[in-house]
Design a protein around this ligand. Structure first.
Ligand code: 28F
Length: 640
């Protein structure tokens, strides 16, 4: 039912919701796949706030058949009284921007992001319709909104109940999102994560589109979290958990060492991920550095003249999960996306809880600790060796003689030095490299054939990487260093294009290269500069006319259109001559490139680990699920 009387207040509210519809990006980041799923996180966060404060032990998320999302909690229900302005409080929460913030003055309340219910009105604004059903004070109540919150029903009292809790259902607005299909895996990761973070909370996900259902509930969530992250890894220690804190800040912490080199930490504040870390992460890192160095000195691993172990030496192979709850009065976030904890007190609380517990734990488990310290000393040595090797890489501009010699036999450079236009093709094998060299536009396109096997960098140290001829050549060619020192601004190329055969070996090389880029040149991927070339699978010839098919479907289309054609299946790039390779795969006017991007998801790290195991089937699935391939617009225009 529409709002009948438009007073100044209701106009104000419509203006607010309208602002959200006009600039959705300002409120949910984007209107693509990520923005769409953001709607679900907002409503889930509200349900989780209730659970986090001790109200309700079950949250159920349902993806209904037509992509309606339904989230239910068993919390206290939403207060059904009227707000001072005369309209129901529920209406205020779902139609006024930032309404949640006004209500959150009760001190001691711990909320996701510290803005209780802020998201509800944003979700409403971006929905075709939204329905709230709440069991509160012995009755079931319902209120519905339509057209981005501009039509509001009465708050209806449906009948008595002995339950409490809140259910929100909504249909995202197709006019805003274009596609409103939710991804089960994406929501599943988030639902699982919520269960890891709240012990005893049962999280249920139902997908009615495919009749799927999964449930999670953990008594020791952080331990389960680390076990989950390490499911396919060789581990060096058990999962160790510590907790402690003060009345206003509680700390839950879990860690485990693997035989890998990655240093990964996942941090949360009030059960919401802090992607950019912050004071709590600094606190645990300081504690680790101090405790391990103290132990190493006290037990003769480090002599008086020796340098301390570096934080990075200590964290090689370490996975840590830290989860804080902080009362609202102490909450401070920083950074553009508010993904960084700023609360200064958090640093000291975390550092002291972890120092105290870790010192004790290391003393009690000397054999394990001695093994870890030896591993850290090896990391220190490798770091110093790499540092020496690095002095040679440094500069970014200009290479030294040794590097030039390494590169000159391999790279066919572009004539131009225009880093904003130049493209580097990484080509599998010398024969394809040859075709690519003669077929290319030599002004802007450089070719680097990869001969040897590309090193698996999942478990490699910096020194090993520089010893690997293929990777060292690649690093010097790109000319922007690697690892922590990688500087995307000084890359010699605007596009790095992986061009391999369309077979298993080719896929394997792609994966090895992507792993390297992901681990050591991630900003390159984040800047959208890494691509995979898409060579054709078939050539279909009818008389003099030649058509290329890039998939089996396309081949079928060609057959349908042209009748009898002579078909050649390309087994490798080497089978194409220079002209064909240029026409089908390299010519910017006609080619199709797949841009590589990575979902910002804690699962990505894990999936990279699985990927490098020997399960080819999992590897394929991973590529499909976690590397988002975005087709670059295929240029249809030809000059002339
Ligand atoms: C499916 C999404 O949104 N659950 C919610 C509550 C509970 C309260 C509340 C929400 C605070 C003071 C209004 C109940 N009793 N699930 C949800 N559960 N909001 S949203 O209060 C909101 C404001 O007045 C609640 C006592 N205090 C708070």
């Amino acid at each position: 039912m529409p709002v009948k009387e438009y007073n100044e207040k209701s106009i104000q509210i419509l203006k607010g919701l309208d602002a959200v519809r006009k600039r959705p990006g300002m409120y949910i980041g984007s209107t693509d796949y990520h923005g769409l799923h953001h709607l679900v996180w907002e409503i889930m966060d509200n349900a989780m706030d209730e659970a986090l404060n001790g109200f309700g032990k079950v949250i159920k998320v349902t993806i209904e058949k037509n992509n309606v999302i339904c989230v239910e909690d068993e919390g206290r229900g939403m207060p059904t009284g009227k707000h001072a302005s005369g309209v129901p409080t529920i209406q205020v929460i779902f139609t006024e921007l930032h309404a949640g913030a006004k209500f959150s003055s009760e001190s001691g309340y711990k909320t996701a992001g510290g803005l209780h219910g802020v998201g509800a009105s944003v979700v409403n604004a971006l929905s075709e319709w939204l329905e709230v059903t709440t069991n509160y004070g012995g009755y079931t109540w319902r209120m519905t909104f339509k057209n981005g919150g501009s039509d509001v029903s009465k708050l209806e009292k449906l009948g008595p109940t002995n339950k409490t809790g809140t259910k929100v259902r909504f249909l995202a607005d197709k006019k805003i999102f274009g596609r409103i299909e939710y991804n089960y895996e994406t929501i599943l990761e988030r639902v699982r994560e919520a269960a890891f973070l709240t012990n005893g909370l049962k999280m249920v996900l139902v997908d009615e589109r495919k009749n799927q259902k999964e449930e999670f509930c953990f008594e020791n969530g952080l331990e389960a979290f680390v076990n989950y992250l390490h499911a396919d890894r060789d581990v060096l220690t058990p999962v160790v958990t510590f907790n402690g804190g003060t009345g206003k800040i509680t700390v839950d912490f879990a860690f485990q060492y693997t035989d890998g080199v990655a240093d990964s930490s996942y941090s949360f504040v009030n059960h919401v991920r802090t992607v950019d870390g912050g004071t709590h992460v600094i606190g645990y890192k300081t504690a680790f550095t101090k405790c391990f160095n103290d132990y190493a000195r006290k037990n003769g691993f480090l002599k008086e003249k020796d340098d301390n172990l570096d934080g990075s030496d200590i964290r090689e192979g370490l996975t840590a999960v830290i989860s804080l709850t902080i009362t609202e009065d102490l909450l401070e976030f920083e950074g553009q996306t508010k993904g960084k904890l700023g609360t200064p007190e958090a640093r000291n609380v975390v550092e002291s809880v972890i120092s105290e517990r870790l010192t004790f734990y290391l003393q009690e488990n000397r054999e394990m600790t001695d093994g870890l310290i030896r591993k850290m000393l090896r990391a220190l040595q490798a770091r110093k060796a790499a540092q020496k090797a690095r002095e040679e890489v440094r500069s970014g501009k200009g290479r030294n003689r040794k590097q030039e010699r390494l590169i000159s036999g391999k790279l066919a450079p572009a004539q131009s030095r225009n880093a904003k236009k130049n493209e580097l093709f990484l080509v599998e094998g010398d024969s394809a490299g040859g075709s690519a060299k003669s077929g290319r536009d030599s002004k802007y396109q450089a070719i680097l054939p990869l001969r040897g096997k590309v090193l698996n960098t999942e478990k490699a140290s910096d020194a090993e990487i520089l010893r690997n001829e293929e990777l060292a050549t690649l690093i010097y060619t790109i000319g922007a260093d690697f690892g922590e020192k990688f500087d995307v601004e000084s890359s010699n190329y605007d596009k790095i294009i992986i061009m391999t055969d369309a077979d298993t070996d080719g896929a394997h090389i792609q994966v090895l290269l992507l792993t390297f880029f992901y681990r050591y040149m991630r900003p390159l991927i984040e800047a959208g500069k890494v691509y995979v070339a898409l060579p054709p699978l078939y050539k279909a010839q009818k008389g003099k006319e030649v058509h290329y098919a890039y998939s089996d479907d396309e081949l079928e289309e060609i057959k349908e259109k042209y009748g009898k054609v002579e078909i050649q299946r390309y087994k490798g790039l080497g089978e194409m001559n220079a002209d064909q390779l240029w026409d089908t795969t390299m010519n910017p006017e006609t080619r199709t490139l797949i841009q590589v991007s990575i979902d910002d998801n804690f699962a990505t790290d894990k999936k990279f680990n699985i990927l490098m195991g020997d399960r080819a089937d999992i590897r394929r699935e991973w590529i499909e699920d976690f590397v988002t391939f975005t087709l670059e617009d295929k240029y249809q225009l030809r000059e002339g």
